[in-house]
Design a protein around this ligand. Structure first.
Ligand SMILES: [Ca+2]
Ligand SMILES: [Ca+2]
Length: 743
């Protein structure tokens, strides 16, 4: 058999092309280390922009005090995700120091990942400070880590087992050249320190989570009597610390009291106050789940775990909660969830809440209730919709928003029931739509049912552009493909049997499901959504905003004018498409998730995780491109399988040639090519085009690679490179590689 060859020729020979009648768009997203290219509904661009914020208030709660080694101690549960923050203090910047605390395990399963920090004062890059972390989620042995600013990994101690029946005292001392780790007053590990130690300059001390983060792995256990000394204790002192937490008498003589150079001491005896001279009191932080502004500018805030709804008025968190829910079922993703303000709040003062509870059989449910606000207090709690499916811990949904029609839209998760989202009669995995009083609108798509859309996994954000009559909802995928969707009456959004978990929606080869407006390859975990119509941030005006658990605010501009849409996708004749996407980078450090998001009537944007922040400015002068749109046009007989790219290096397109009348010719012949693939590549992706190679598998199975530069028709504009690439006769699969330059 002769191996395939290309005939010599020029682009003038490319006469024999077939009709181009398919168009598809790919978006390549910059994930720093790589680009991920995915099929998308239309062509749009995206940028990352910087911002500044101001911290308005922490969201705090009372700790759960339990019996300690000495009076009381604080219990941490991983599922509640609460932690203690102690603000940074110059006293913790000593080059020599000691830390002591008591710790006990809890007999309860742990779902969080390993390496939870127990007591932590280190930077994200682990070049400054120290920390105690767990070696694994189940074993929970504790290691001491001391960082070095030489660029090496932290120096770690051996894992020290702790008990679930009694408290273990852990003490670490550092004298500049040696680390000693003690267990119950006895030396457990001794390490020569050959790094260069730099104390943490700018971060608080955290207990039960890493100090650089409010959304890292949580420690589960009980912690008591945390001490920080700005000197290295002797082994005798450490053993005395174990025997007696109070004062230390040396050889019967009054000597160094153990309080000498004790610069932080938190007894947790029903208080988080610091009993050392520094009086640097700790606070227990808890998570915001939703925020909603009333027309007078007050911000209502639901706290997921505490049962409290709070009010932020003139940037001050009112001491007395607006409402307290006593029957909330609190777990990972359950508790107090969505909040909504009635569109006629000024006359009726109605505030709505979606929260998790249990029914009379103690089964988990969610319900929507309504309060009437008067003088910052809630009255007349009324159940609007009850027995919404829930789960013990996950996928409880919680988005709540009024539509342009003044009806209440409710995002309900699948409650971890895979059969529910495609079952019309279940409320799980749905968006529900009800009248304000809980009755069912007559024009709902399923008679006598609140179900408005179906096929959802979990939803935290719904928002409406009243003028255009467009509503969106965010949807949380598993590890891959979170979504933004347009709300369509009676729409089926595919989960889990049509659009599969962790798969791009293109695998669903049907037209019964609505494809997402936008699918994000890597997890962003979208949260609360709003439509922003204010001039306060002109750059964000008339866009949908939503928070992300990964700590940014996304802005998406949607147009419902008819635009060119991919012919590879059945768009359900939906003209809506994305015009513009921006990622507002929030530079909060310690890192903070954006769970709640709201705008005040004057256009201020507030958001919250464990603190409430106000967006102050966005850096509109320096947008960084992060989305690179590719446009491909090709004949019916071509199928584009996949696209790969690396910035300024290459674009690779994998295609299949399904021509059933391939020329019965062993020769692959570019000059007599019958098909062309046209591709438009933005210059931000490849500023110039160099080598172009195709690797061709012929119908007889031969594989060869050719430089086809001479056969390419090229056009460039200031913004894009456009290439027409011949697809050789008799090919079955073709890989086209377009390099950024000649190698
Ligand atoms: Ca105590
Ligand atoms: Ca979907």
């Amino acid at each position: 058999m002769s191996s395939p060859t290309f005939a010599n020729g020029t682009s003038d020979d490319l006469g024999n092309t077939s009709t181009i009648n398919k168009t598809s768009f790919y978006i390549c997203q910059d994930y720093n280390e790589y680009l991920q290219c995915d099929l998308t509904k239309n062509e749009f661009v995206g940028f990352s922009i910087g911002s500044t914020s101001e911290e308005i208030t922490p969201i705090t709660r009372d700790p759960n005090y339990v019996d300690g080694v000495n009076s009381k101690a604080v219990e941490f549960r991983d599922r509640y995700r609460d932690f203690i923050e102690i603000s940074n203090n110059d006293a913790y910047k000593s080059d020599v120091f000691s830390i002591s605390f008591w710790v006990k395990k809890i007999d309860a399963p742990i779902q969080s990942e390993p390496f939870a920090h127990v007591v932590s004062h280190t930077t994200f890059n682990q070049r400054e400070g120290w920390f105690f972390n767990t070696n694994s989620a189940q074993e929970q042995a504790i290691r001491f880590g001391l960082t070095t600013n030489t660029g090496n990994e932290p120096i770690m101690s051996k894992p020290l087992q702790i008990s679930n029946s009694s408290f273990t005292n852990i003490a670490a001392t550092f004298n500049g050249s040696e680390i000693q780790l003690y267990r119950n007053g006895s030396l457990f590990d001794s390490i020569v320190y050959n790094g260069t130690y730099a104390p943490t300059q700018n971060l608080p001390v955290h207990i039960a989570i890493a100090s650089f983060c409010s959304e890292c792995n949580k420690f589960q256990g009980v912690v008591d009597d945390v001490r920080f000394y700005n000197r290295s204790l002797t082994s005798t002192e450490v053993s005395q610390l174990y025997i007696n937490n109070n004062n230390y008498t040396f050889n019967g003589n009054e000597s160094l009291p153990i309080s000498s150079e004790l610069v932080g001491h938190w007894t947790f005896d029903s208080t988080l106050n610091d009993s050392s001279i520094n009086e640097n009191n700790g606070q227990m932080l808890t998570m915001v789940s939703s925020m909603a502004s009333s027309p007078d500018g007050r911000i209502f805030i639901s706290e997921k775990n505490t049962g409290n709804i709070r009010i932020l008025q003139n940037d001050t968190l009112l001491e007395r909660p607006f409402a307290v829910i006593n029957d909330s079922n609190v777990n990972w993703e359950t508790g107090l969830l969505g909040l909504a303000i009635d569109p006629e709040f000024e006359s009726n003062h109605f505030v709505y809440l979606y929260y998790s509870s249990t029914d009379i059989d103690d089964d988990p449910i969610n319900r929507v209730v309504r309060f009437t606000e008067k003088d910052n207090q809630a009255y007349n709690m009324t159940v609007i919709l009850d027995n919404i499916p829930s789960s013990r811990a996950f996928h409880a949904g919680g988005a709540l928003a009024f539509g342009s029609d003044s009806l209440l839209y409710i995002g309900v998760g699948d409650s971890r029931n895979p059969n529910a989202p495609q079952n019309e009669s279940s409320w799980a995995g749905k968006i529900l739509r009800i009248n304000k009083d809980g009755t069912i609108p007559r024009d709902n798509p399923f008679p006598y049912s609140p179900v408005y859309t179906m096929g959802h996994r979990n939803i935290f954000g719904i928002a409406f552009n009243e003028k255009a009559g467009i509503g969106i909802f965010t949807e949380n995928g598993d590890k891959l493909y979170d979504e933004v969707n347009i709300i369509k009456e009676g729409g089926n959004y595919g989960f889990p049997t049509i659009q599969l978990e962790n798969q791009h929606w293109k695998v669903s080869n049907t037209t019964i499901d609505i494809k997402p407006l936008r699918a994000f390859h890597n997890t962003i975990a979208p949260t609360q959504a709003i439509y922003y119509a204010s001039d306060h941030f002109p750059y964000l005006k008339d866009t949908f905003l939503f928070g992300t658990y990964t700590g940014d605010i996304y802005s998406i501009e949607i147009n419902n004018k008819t635009r060119e849409l991919s012919s590879e996708i059945n768009p359900h004749n939906d003209p809506e498409s994305i015009v513009f996407e921006q990622h507002v980078q929030l530079e909060n450090y310690p890192f903070e998730s954006v769970v709640g998001l709201t705008q005040t009537p004057n256009g201020d944007i507030y958001y919250g995780g464990y603190h409430v922040h106000k967006l102050i400015s966005i850096d509109v002068d320096n947008p960084q491109p992060i989305l690179f749109p590719l446009r491909l046009e090709y004949p019916d007989r071509i199928i584009v399988d996949d696209v790969f790219a690396e910035i300024q290096k290459y674009v690779i397109v994998d295609i299949q040639n399904t021509d059933t009348q391939k020329q019965n010719d062993a020769q692959l012949n570019v000059s007599n090519s019958f098909s062309q693939l046209k591709i438009k590549i933005p210059k931000t992706l490849l500023s110039q085009v160099g080598n172009i190679n195709t690797t061709v598998v012929s119908s007889t199975g031969d594989e060869s690679t050719y430089n086809i530069r001479d056969y390419i028709l090229e056009a460039t504009s200031p913004r894009d490179n456009e290439l027409s690439i011949p697809i050789p006769n008799n090919s079955t699969t073709v890989t086209i590689r377009i390099d950024g330059q000649n190698l």
